[in-house]
Design a protein around this ligand. Structure first.
Ligand code: PBG
Length: 356
């Protein structure tokens, strides 16, 4: 009962050498001075920068780009404001712009017209197809840009699935054989890294063996290891007109409820020769990114997918959030969770924001 504010230990005021703003505390008036004051390290921008644990840089980013046939074409994706499908000529200009902003890597996704789609995705390994032409053109125009290609059938599949369909089933091993042809063709065209996003079993090993056998020992594999059957891919499927024509992707993409299974997939992909592993989507799976990071010393990539992009854009358009701040906070959270590399449609906006 006798304890009163005046009985607290007396603090001696320090000599008057500190800047006045460092002495805003109550000093000897303080009734219960805490031993630790974490706020000390948050006081100024210089202090906050000094103790910052996670720094997002343009080096972390991979810029996904949609490419289409034609000339002088630039079509905004309605559900992805600020993202376009580019014909090859304009794609090159966009890649140059990205490079000038310091972005070092792009990931290519093709819009394939319906008449070129079939069940076996044969257009996916046409050496004169859109993607090999795009790779060659980019490597000629912007040689320093790292070119990553998506290896999957869905943009080429009349069924909109990542595999060959038979009696309503997605065939695994027959699909892997096609993916191998696709990956070899990308390597031949000059891709630096191929990124299988199909979730067929055994595809990383099959692609690695085929690349090595053909002499492409330095072409890397970025494996979409923990790719979930996610509703966040909706806007991407609008962009490529690649939505499944029946059913969903739950027999090959992962169940959103599973995290241990993500580790299993990562272990398999590493054993099969993956150079980097990916978690996709990112925002709703930060725990998975964190767990995989603890499990492997390989670089971990996170895909900030189309639906995550669209949500931020939509809320910002309504004036409900500050787009740039939410973008940077969101991408920083992915890096903090453990991502070394982030695929994001915001790549240019991030580069600009970080330059400012
Ligand atoms: C295709 C693929 C998809 C995405 C990347 N590669 C869609 C899907 O699996 O249905 C989604 C990317 C995004 O939503 O931004 N295999």
């Amino acid at each position: 009962m006798s304890s009163s504010p005046t009985s607290a230990p007396t603090l001696q005021p320090v000599a008057d050498i500190a800047a006045p703003e460092n002495r805003t505390g109550a000093g000897s008036e303080t009734p219960y001075p805490p031993v630790q004051r974490p706020r000390r390290l948050r006081r100024t921008d210089a202090l906050r920068r000094m103790v910052r644990e996670t720094v997002l840089t343009v080096d972390d980013l991979i810029y996904p780009l949609f490419v289409m046939d034609g000339e002088g074409q630039q079509q905004e994706v309605p559900s992805m404001p600020g993202c376009f499908r580019y014909s090859l000529d304009l794609l090159l200009a966009e890649v140059k712009t990205a490079s000038d902003l310091g972005i070092g890597a792009i990931a290519l996704f093709p819009l394939i017209p319906p008449h070129q789609k079939d069940n076996a995705g044969t257009e996916s390994y046409n050496p004169e197809g859109l993607i090999p032409r795009a790779i060659r053109a980019i490597k000629q125009a912007v040689p320093q840009m790292l070119v990553i290609t998506d290896v999957a059938l869905d943009p080429y599949s009349s069924a909109g699935h990542d595999g060959i369909v038979k009696a309503g089933q997605i065939l695994n091993d027959e699909t892997v054989a096609v993916l191998v042809k696709q990956a070899l063709m990308h390597a031949e065209a000059g891709a630096d890294i191929v990124a299988p996003s199909d979730m067929m079993d055994g595809r990383v090993g099959a692609i690695r063996q085929a690349l090595d056998a053909a002499g492409w020992i330095n072409v890397g594999i970025l494996a979409y290891s923990a790719k979930y059957a996610s509703a966040y891919y909706g806007p991407f499927r609008d962009a490529l007109d690649s939505a499944p024509q029946f059913g969903d992707k739950k027999t090959y993409q992962m169940d959103a409820a599973n995290a241990r299974e993500a580790i299993k997939e990562v272990e398999l992909d590493i054993a099969e020769g993956a150079d980097m592993v990916m978690v996709k989507p990112a925002l709703a799976y930060l725990d998975v990114i964190g767990r995989i990071k603890q499990h492997t010393n390989l670089p971990v990539a996170a895909y900030n997918v189309s639906g995550e992009y669209a949500m931020i854009k939509a809320a910002a358009q309504q004036g409900w959030i500050d787009e740039q701040k939410v973008m940077l906070e969101t991408l920083t959270s992915m890096k903090r969770a453990g991502a070394d590399v982030i695929l994001t449609y915001f790549a240019k906006a991030v580069a600009l924001a970080l330059q400012a």
